[in-house]
Design a protein around this ligand. Structure first.
Ligand SMILES: [Zn+2]
Length: 77
């Protein structure tokens, strides 16, 4: 589930909220102000579809199936 960070424009406190919809109403947890600015938060977002190096560990990590005991074990160096 998406977790967003909001910064309060009144007191500057940053609060994290689990937002289920774009119209989710959030309020500062310090002063209960509704004037919150959504921050771009990437570290809390699960990388489910993000790009990145994803080696194929289906077989052996060195190209030979069954050549390695653990994925990446012989290719880490
Ligand atoms: Zn506040």
């Amino acid at each position: 589930m998406p977790i967003y960070e909001y910064k309060c424009e009144d007191c500057g406190a940053v609060s994290e909220f689990i937002v289920f919809s774009a119209d989710e109403e959030v309020a500062c947890r310090s002063c209960s102000s509704p004037k919150l600015t959504k921050l771009m938060s990437a570290h809390n977002t699960p990388s489910s579809s993000g790009p990145g190096p994803m080696p194929n560990f289906g077989g052996g990590c060195c190209g030979t199936p069954g050549s390695c005991g653990s994925p990446g074990g012989c290719c880490a160096g």
